[in-house]
Design a protein around this ligand. Structure first.
Ligand SMILES: Nc1ncnc2c1ncn2[C@@H]1O[C@H](COP(=O)(O)OP(=O)(O)OP(=O)(O)O)[C@@H](O)[C@H]1O
Ligand SMILES: [Mg+2]
Length: 324
């Protein structure tokens, strides 16, 4: 079965991801796949949380932090600015504290705590994850193509529900620290009890929402996760390791796409020994790929004569991957 057949056979898979090590072609394939699906009449969003703004590069359009930007009919691209989400988070927390305890400004110690918590990787990940959840739960598109950062990170993302737990624990801790303020305020207000569980309740609600969304993204029926691999020894090995980890997280792999295969037709031409050797080497690695991934290899994508940037190259690649 080829890549196109997999898409046609599984229209229920609306969350598409290309995973793999750095620089193998994840963004390139995300763009080409989005382009093809859009041409099929599907409404598609290609999005990323990559601060490198690689969608901006490939689509040659200013996309970063601007919400969904239209590329062609049916195709939108979005690059989420995680930093600004963290700032929104901080502001939300401040506001909650102000509202809840009826303070005019956030006490210095608490402000320091908020700053420190925001520097935590867990906070950044939560902000990113929350943004992703916001994007996909709106359900405005037929397909969501999540242009992932390199593999290690993608795996981290899969354990995001855990990360979120951590963040919530921190905030609950913060809430405990707030208790003294709470008591002070309630004394002032002459109230016997404060709404001390309200914040916690709200956080638990957010957590539930996150868990629900995490399960959408790792849902076997709705998610198509493709690995990008190249005919190189190290890459093949790392991809196998990655695939193992994925099965531990119970994430199904829809298939493998081999990138940067030097066109075999060149062997018929007069080519330098250097290139001939490269092709022979790739041939050996292609055998390893077949042995490792078998029928799950869905497409071989040739090494092109230039980088894939701009719509003309994206279209060319989408025709190679999916046909006209
Ligand atoms: N088949 C190909 N032929 C020629 N150039 C390619 C091909 N596939 C990808 N490239 C180029 O290789 C570079 C890396 O590709 P891409 O950005 O898609 O990788 P990535 O996996 O998204 O990287 P990162 O892990 O950094 O996000 C880009 O310049 C892209 O244009
Ligand atoms: Mg990329």
């Amino acid at each position: 079965m080829g890549l196109k057949e997999v898409f046609l056979k599984h229209p229920e898979r609306r969350y598409i991801m290309f995973g793999g090590k750095g620089g193998l072609g994840k963004t390139t394939f995300s763009a080409a796949t989005g382009f093809w699906l859009a041409k099929q009449g599907k409404k598609v969003l290609v999005f990323s949380v990559d601060p490198q703004a690689s969608l901006t590069d490939i689509f040659q359009k200013d996309i970063f932090g601007r919400g969904p930007v239209k590329i062609i009919d049916n195709l939108w691209a979005q690059e989420i600015d995680a930093d600004s989400h963290i700032k929104e988070y901080q502001q939300e927390i401040r506001q909650k504290i102000l509202d809840m305890y009826g303070l005019a400004e956030v006490p210095e110690e608490i402000e320091q705590y908020i700053q420190a918590a925001s520097a935590e990787p867990a906070m950044e990940e939560s902000a990113i994850f929350d943004a992703v959840v916001d994007v996909v739960t709106k359900g405005e598109y037929d397909y969501y193509i999540y242009d992932l950062v390199p593999l290690g990170h993608a795996l981290y993302y899969l354990s995001m529900a855990k990360v979120y737990d951590e963040w919530i624990n921190k905030i609950t801790h913060l809430r405990e620290e707030m208790r003294e303020y709470e008591e002070m305020v309630s004394r002032l207000k002459r109230e016997k009890e404060t709404e001390q569980d309200q914040m916690l309740k709200e956080l638990l609600y957010i957590k539930e929402r996150i868990n629900a969304s995490a399960s959408i993204l790792t849902d076997k029926t709705k998610t198509g996760f493709f690995f990008v691999v190249t005919p190189e020894e190290m890459i093949i090995r790392d991809t196998q390791k990655g695939a193992q980890l994925f099965s531990q997280f119970d994430v199904p792999i829809a298939g493998y796409v081999v990138n940067r295969v030097i066109p075999r037709g060149l062997l018929e031409e007069k080519i330098p020994p250097y290139l001939r050797n490269r092709i022979e080497m790739q041939d050996r690695h292609m055998k390893d790929i077949s042995a490792a991934f078998g029928d799950s290899v869905l497409a071989l994508v040739p090494e092109l004569d230039r980088d894939v940037t701009g719509l003309a190259m994206i279209e060319k690649l989408s025709e190679i991957m999916y046909g006209k």
